[in-house]
Ligand binder design. Sequence first.
Ligand code: PMP
Length: 422
Amino acid sequence: MSVMEQPGTTSRIVPVRSLDVAAVRRDFPILNMRVHGHPLVYLDNAATSQKPRQVIEALTRYYTSQNANIHRGVHYLSETATAEHEEARERLRRFINAAQAREIIFVRGATEAINLVAQTWGRTHVKAGDEILVTHLEHHANIVPWQMLCEQTGARLRVAPINDAGELIMEEFERLLNPRTRLVSVTFVSNALGTINPVSDMIALAHSRGIPVLVDGAQAVPHMRIDVQELGCDFFVFSGHKMCGPTGVGVLYGKAARLEAMPPYQGGGDMIRSVSFEKTIYNDIPFKFEAGTPDIGGAIALGVAAEYLQRLGMDLIADYEHDLLEYATRALRAVDRVRIVGNAARKASVISFVVDGVHPHDIGTILDQEGIAIRTGHHCAQPVIERLGYDATARASLAFYNTREEIDALVAGLRRVVEVFG
Ligand code: PMP
C-alpha cells in the first residue's frame, strides 16, 4: 500500500490501494507448478484463466455437501443447491450491475449465449434483406452464429472495417448503420489483438437509430468493471472460465423486456410451467432459457469467482494490468526482430506478435521448453489476423496475477528464439 498527498490539501494523507500481487498469487495453486524444470509462466489467459482456491473449494464443497438437482426437490440438499444456485445468479447480477437477477441466464459460455440470441431473437426479428453488423475484430463465436442466421433467413452480414493499428474505423461503422440493420453485435475487447472497442459510443449511435446491440464481453469481464445499465446494451455475453470461474458455464445478460419477448431456445425440463400434449406453457425468465439440468456446481463456483474479483477490485485489476501491459509492450519492442501486431491506442492485456523469420508455432514450442505458456495461431479470429497481413501470430495474454518478472522471462525466452533461429 502506498500513500499520496491529496491534491489541493496540505495535511490530509490519502491511502491509495494497489493490488498485492504476491498475496493474490498465493490464491492460485497452479502458479507454484514447474514445467520442464522451470517455474510456470502462464501467459495464455485470454484462452482461459487460472482458478483461485476459493473457486476450486466452492466446487469441492458443492460436490461434497450440497449436490442435488435444483428447482424440483423438497428435500434439504435440493433446497440448499437451489438457494446457492440462485445466490450465484444474484452475484453475477451484481458483477455486471444488471437491474434484475432474472436478466442473468446461465449458459455454457459466450459461444452458447450468442447462438441463443441468434436463434431466438434472430429467428423472430431478422428476415431476408435485413443486415447484422459486426466488426472485423470479432472472434469466430461472434461471426459464425450470424452467418448461420443469415443462411437461414436470407439476411446479410456486414463488417465494419479496422485500420492497420487494429482499431475500428468509427466513421465506417456509422456509415454501415442503416434502416436494414437489425442488430449490432460487437466485441468489447479483441481476443486476438487486445483492442478495446468504443462500445459506449457504438451503442449510442446504434440506439439513436433504434438498433439493438449485443456486446461480446468475453475478454472484457476479466479486466475491467462492467456496468450493463451504464452501457445500455441490450445483450451482454461472457464465459466463466476466462474470469477465474470453471469451464462450461457463462452468462447471457439481456434486458428483461427483450428476453420476455423472445421464444425459448431449447425445450425440456425446467423451462416450462406446464406441459400437455395439447399445449405447453413456458416458464418465466430466466428459467425459460435454462432447459434441462444446468451446471449447478459450476454456476455456484462462478458466483464465487465474480465475488473474488470484486473483492480484489476491478478498478485495481484494470490499473495493475494496464501498467503490466505497458511494461510488456516496451520490453517486447526492444527485442530484435519482434514485431507487435495490433497497436491500438486503447488495449487490454493482450500482445500479439511475430518474430521475423520464425513461425509462431516454433516460438510457442521453444517458450514452452522454458515453462512459458503462450498461444500461437489465428486465435479463433482468422479474419482480423489475415486483415493485418498474417495467417498466425504468437500471443501473450496477461492476468492480474502475472508479474514484471514473468514478462522478463518471456523476453529472455524470445531472445533465445531469435538466437536459435539466428
Ligand atoms: N468471444 C471472445 C472475444 C472470445 O475471446 C472467446 C473465447 N476465446 C469467445 C467469444 C468464446 O468463448 P467460449 O469459447 O468460452 O464460449
